[in-house]
Design a protein around this ligand. Structure first.
Ligand SMILES: [Zn+2]
Length: 130
């Protein structure tokens, strides 16, 4: 039995991407943002920053090998509650060229710091309101 080909009518894309018009700009931005995020997670200076901020865990929990010091509050935290922060805010990427956005994302070790979740949220909120 031949399969009936679906002839669903595509709705016109609102705000189409100039390079790939069947995608909206929103979808394109999500795509680019997630590619940048994947690159950032593999960026070697990000790992170096974590390495510099860590010490063997002082807690009794044997499953927790390392703990990390927040650059702001100086407290020690578990790995899952810290993140690597751009000291100079990355900024609003869609106000930059892509080349500029990449070069602001993939910065060297001296422009990165490890922050706990609370300090990172606080810093981000201050940057967003600035
Ligand atoms: Zn902190």
């Amino acid at each position: 039995m031949a399969r009936k080909k679906s002839v669903r009518k595509r709705r016109a894309v609102v705000d189409p991407c100039p390079s790939h018009p069947s995608w909206s700009m929103a979808r394109y931005r999500t795509f680019v943002r997630s590619a940048m995020r994947r690159a950032w997670l593999k960026w070697p200076p990000r790992f170096e920053a974590l390495k510099l901020a860590r010490r063997p865990s002082q807690t009794a929990n044997k499953k927790q090998k390392w703990e990390f010091q927040c650059a702001i509050c100086k407290q020690w935290h578990m790995g899952k509650s810290v993140s690597v922060d751009h000291i100079t805010p990355w900024g609003k990427i869609w106000e930059l060229s892509l080349a500029e956005a990449w070069s602001r994302l993939l910065v060297g070790i001296h422009q990165l710091q490890v922050l706990c979740k609370d300090c990172h949220d606080h810093k981000t909120a201050e940057e967003d309101s600035a």
